[in-house]
Design a protein around this ligand. Sequence first.
Ligand code: AMP
Ligand code: MN
Ligand code: MN
Length: 309
Amino acid sequence: MKNLIVDILRNNERFEIITHEGPDEDAVGSSRALAYGLLSMGKMVKLVYPTPIPSSLLFTPAPKNHKSVKPQISILLDVSDMNMLGGLHPRGEIVIVDHHKTENKEGMTCWIDSRKSSASEMVYDLLRAMEIEITQAIASNLYLGIFGDTGGFIHANTTPRVFRIAYELARAGADPNLIAYRVRRSKSMAYFQILCMVMDRMMMADGVYGSYISLQELKRIKAKPEDASGIVEEMASLAGAELVIFLKELNPDTVHCSMRSKSGQSALRTAQAFGGGGHERAAGFTLKGRACENIDEVVEEGLKWVNKG
Ligand code: AMP
Ligand code: MN
Ligand code: MN
């Protein structure tokens, strides 16, 4: 399927690149790198983010953005579910490039490979297949995406191939130290305030650890949306946690659930039970209601899957 995508990229002129709402390192890095690649081929590219890029992820080079372009092709990068487009409608013919484990993509033009660490790894493959030079700007963005989705080269998706690509990207000018420090050592005070509240009220039952943060609490400490990113990873670093569940209120009646599991498929299975998806060990969903009203039910569902091994 990669070759089909390469043909589409070569044979069209006007593109729109869309990633998921709440763009993370991979969404930002893969989209910017692909845009640089297409621009170097003389194409027109519009970059679309359903919600703004967090200010902490704005440090990598940003390509020119042809905002007024009417796209022939809309490339959906790192988007596992159309619900993650924040209601945005692609304007061109849809092409999906993604590394999430998802179903129901039959009949769509897509390259989906859940063995890849990140959408950034897939963009690297596409750029190499098209013999596009990996400039420092491209390398920095791809490294950011791979670093983000592998959790800084610690998750199960950290394959030998990931290290080989990271090596190539570092050689091409990506700065591993700068990127790691920007992603890992730039936490806000609000992040730690959230962490304190979340740890304080954590429910721990048979390896399933669940907690939440309310909208009111986020407002009280004047948290920005991105201030809660990384909290679920922190919970997952607790000894004994097999499945961690973190609920965050997005608005008065919508909650986002983030999950991480150490082994097995409990994160994905629990997410699917609530209509969400993701990867075996990192999955999520959104639901209606308040966090404090839903946490028990999600933990109970998680317990069913953890016990299945
Ligand atoms: P997060 O904890 O929000 O970073 O989400 C972890 C993974 O879960 C993401 O990489 C997505 O693949 C998936 N995911 C998160 N939210 C949703 C959702 N609302 N629907 C489907 N999949 C989701
Ligand atoms: Mn992502
Ligand atoms: Mn990703």
